[in-house]
Design a protein around this ligand. Structure first.
Ligand code: ZN
Length: 196
C-alpha cells in the first residue's frame, strides 16, 4: 500500500524543485555564519522564526534542542569546518520534554513500544497496549526538561565548557514562545555563553 504521506512529500518536492532557480549554486558554508540548536517540535520553524533562507545558517534539531554529545559534534563541525561564528540555543514553551522523566519513559518502553497516550488532566502517560516492550529504554538518558530557563542555561554552559567549543564563539540562549512566535532571551544563559 502506498503511503499517503510519501505521495504528499514527493508532490511538494516536485513543486519546490520546479522553482529551485539559482539555489543550486549556493556555497556549502552557511552564508550568514551562524548556527541554531533547537527542538524538533513541529510547531517550530527556525527558517521562519529566525528569517532563514536556504544557505544562510546551520540548524541542528533534536528532542528538546538539548546540547547532547551529537549536537555538540554538529556545532564543532559547524565552526571548525564550515566557519560559523555565533551559536544560538533555542528551547521553547510547552515542550514535550517537560512531560516525562527518564523513569517514566523507561517504564513505558519496558512495557510496550506502541505510541503511549497522555492524560491531559493528570499529565500521566499510559500504554494502550501491553507486552513486547524492551528494557533498553532504562539505559538511555533522555535529556528531559524541568524548567526551560534552566535547560537553556545548562545547555549553553555545557557547550561553553566543552573543550572543543572555541572560546571566541558567543552562545546565546533563548526561549521561543509557541503562543506568540516570539524569541525571549534567557539573559543568564547568554551571559554564560559570553566569549573569553
Ligand atoms: Zn520541544
Amino acid at each position: 500500500m502506498a503511503s499517503k504521506i510519501v505521495g504528499e512529500v514527493l508532490d511538494a518536492n516536485a513543486k519546490y524543485a520546479a522553482s529551485f532557480g539559482s539555489k543550486g549554486e549556493l556555497a556549502l558554508p552557511p552564508a550568514r555564519g551562524f548556527a541554531i540548536l533547537t527542538c524538533m517540535d513541529a510547531r517550530l520553524d527556525p527558517a521562519k522564526y529566525a528569517g532563514l533562507a536556504e544557505g544562510d545558517a546551520h540548524v541542528i534539531r533534536n528532542a528538546g534542542g538539548r546540547a547532547s554529545d551529537d549536537a555538540i559534534r554538529s556545532l564543532v563541525i559547524s565552526h571548525k569546518l564550515l566557519g560559523t561564528k555565533e551559536w544560538f540555543v533555542i528551547h521553547h514553551t510547552n515542550c514535550g520534554m517537560e512531560l516525562f522523566c527518564d523513569e517514566v519513559m523507561g517504564d513505558l518502553l519496558a512495557d510496550n513500544l506502541a505510541t503511549a497516550s497522555l492524560d491531559m488532566a493528570t499529565l500521566k502517560w499510559s500504554n494502550p497496549q501491553h507486552g513486547g516492550g524492551c528494557a533498553a529504554g532504562h539505559f538511555i538518558k533522555w535529556h528531559t526538561i524541568k524548567s526551560q530557563e534552566e535547560s537553556v542555561l545548562q545547555d549553553v554552559q555545557r557547550i561553553r565548557e566543552h573543550p572543543l567549543a572555541p572560546k571566541n564563539v558567543p552562545i546565546y540562549g533563548y526561549i521561543y514562545d509557541v503562543k506568540t512566535g516570539r524569541l525571549n532571551e534567557v539573559t543568564k544563559a547568554t551571559e554564560a555563553g559570553r566569549t573569553s
